[in-house]
Design a protein around this ligand. Structure first.
Ligand SMILES: *Cc1c(COP(=O)(O)O)cnc(C)c1O
Length: 436
């Protein structure tokens, strides 16, 4: 459960009125709820308390240093997919010894950096990568902890762009080839097998694919434990969240929500997979990103103009696809609510941003309360894959980010100053002198 809601018609994050933050910091503005993040973490930890579990937050979901420090404070580990993410974790006082490193394209430089920092494990996505890790480790006179990311060929039944565990995807090692790699790796001098990993996709709203994948990979994990003394089995992330709670009553008949209204709970998830995991006696890693941070954040935006045409009611806001890319990239649904609760008729509205792309659209003909210039709206559930995907497209500065706990708050990233957007660029020397 998240901690955003109306009190006396004003939208709050925990005990803080969002309007206060908007007045202080302007828009577009990301706001995160600390108690929501730690609550999600604890609920997952509790659901899996029958096992020796370690929760490794997927940094790519939300990489702000304050969020990473919060995860560190509540004793979480991290799932990183680049040297940059590992450096962020370290900058946030996180322990590299609690980091797993995934990704299909780890460069020699990234491997060397991670080895130097003594990360917990490399999740290897190909045999070529395993050989490269062995080579880099040899050069450093080290032994690298490794695990294979298994591609179990299970349909995750989620959006095609976030499915990762079928043979059509670039990720992991095909289930049938996994044993061969472990045998091969055993002969290498500078790696040792520490575990086995999988991650079948993101925003999964049913436990079935998880259960299917765990059931398929568990016997393999058992075998690897006997043969190579592996100590962990990571079952990845992917738990889906509710993007459309349909809590706003009064949606007209003609509006059919495309989004899932139900998703899995930590309890249901644990119920489905723990029976397969418990007999293994292995340490179980979870790599949630979206589940932890997704509905712990909102993006607040100001209505700049309302443009009524014969066909449409456009609500033009000051946040764009460069601030929140999910709708443009995945046709994702984000609930849009005004900061001041309104009564009255709902109007089919296209909420659009300022970017010069037709994809810069947050809703199409969605029934929304009528809002006017100068009012504010919040895009709900924007805490994961929001700010981390933001760009400077259209030379628009990065939005500001605020962390809220109870009734206090901290600006955890100020709005980017315009000149910062081109500060590292320079004009080629021969362009500097113009012949008159
Ligand atoms: C992205 C990713 C995750 C997190 O996925 P969520 O759907 O956000 O939980 C976990 N593990 C790996 C390897 C990933 O690439």
């Amino acid at each position: 459960m998240h901690k955003f809601g109306y009190k006396n018609k004003k939208l709050y994050c925990e005990d803080l009125k969002l309007e206060t933050l908007v007045k202080k910091y302007g828009t577009p503005l990301y706001v995160y709820s600390e108690n929501t993040i730690s609550g999600h973490y604890e609920s997952l930890k509790r659901a899996f308390s029958d096992l020796d579990t370690s929760i490794c937050f997927a940094v790519k979901a939300n990489a702000n240093l304050s969020i990473l420090k919060l995860i560190t404070n509540i004793r979480g580990g991290f799932d990183v997919v680049s040297q940059g993410e590992l450096r962020r974790v370290i900058a946030a006082y996180g322990d590299p010894g609690k980091c797993v490193f995934a990704g299909v394209a780890k460069s020699a430089e990234e491997i060397e950096f991670a080895l130097e920092k003594d990360i917990y494990c490399f999740n290897v996505e190909s045999e070529a990568e395993l050989l490269r890790i062995d080579k880099v480790a040899a050069k450093m006179k080290k032994k690298a902890p490794v695990a294979v990311r298994v591609n179990p060929d299970v349909e995750a039944k989620t959006h095609a762009k976030v499915t990762t565990g079928t043979y059509k995807n670039k990720f992991g090692v095909a289930f049938d080839d996994v044993m061969k790699i472990y045998t091969r790796g055993q002969k290498l001098k500078n790696v040792y097998w520490r575990g086995v990993q999988m991650h079948i996709g993101s925003q999964l709203t049913s436990v079935k694919p998880f259960e299917q994948a765990v059931r398929k990979v568990a016997p393999l994990a058992q075998k690897l434990k006997q043969k190579y003394k592996i100590e962990f089995f990571s079952i990845g992330g992917g738990m889906g969240i509710v993007y459309d709670p349909a809590l706003e009553s009064g949606k007209p008949e003609w509006w059919k929500t495309p989004a899932a209204e139900k998703t899995i709970t930590p309890e249901k998830y644990a119920e489905a997979v723990v029976p397969h995991l418990k007999p293994l006696g292995l340490k179980i890693l979870l790599e949630p990103g979206r589940f932890i941070a997704g509905n712990a954040g909102v993006l607040i935006s100001r209505v700049e103009y309302v443009k009524r045409t014969a066909k449409k009611n456009f609500v033009i806001v000051d946040a764009g696809m460069n601030d929140l890319m999910r709708p443009a990239l995945y046709d994702s649904y984000h609930e849009i609510v005004p900061l001041t609760k309104k009564s009255g008729k709902l109007l089919p509205s296209d909420v659009v941003g300022p970017v010069c792309e037709s994809a810069d659209t947050f809703s199409v003909d969605r029934p929304l309360p009528s809002v006017s210039e100068g009012e504010y709206v919040a895009f709900m559930s924007a805490g994961a894959y929001g700010m981390t995907m933001a760009s400077n497209y259209n030379t628009r500065p990065y939005p500001a980010e605020v962390l809220v706990k109870d009734d206090f708050h901290h600006l955890i990233r100020p709005r980017q100053m315009p000149a910062r957007m081109w500060e590292s660029e320079n004009v080629a020397r021969w362009l500097k002198y113009v012949r008159k």
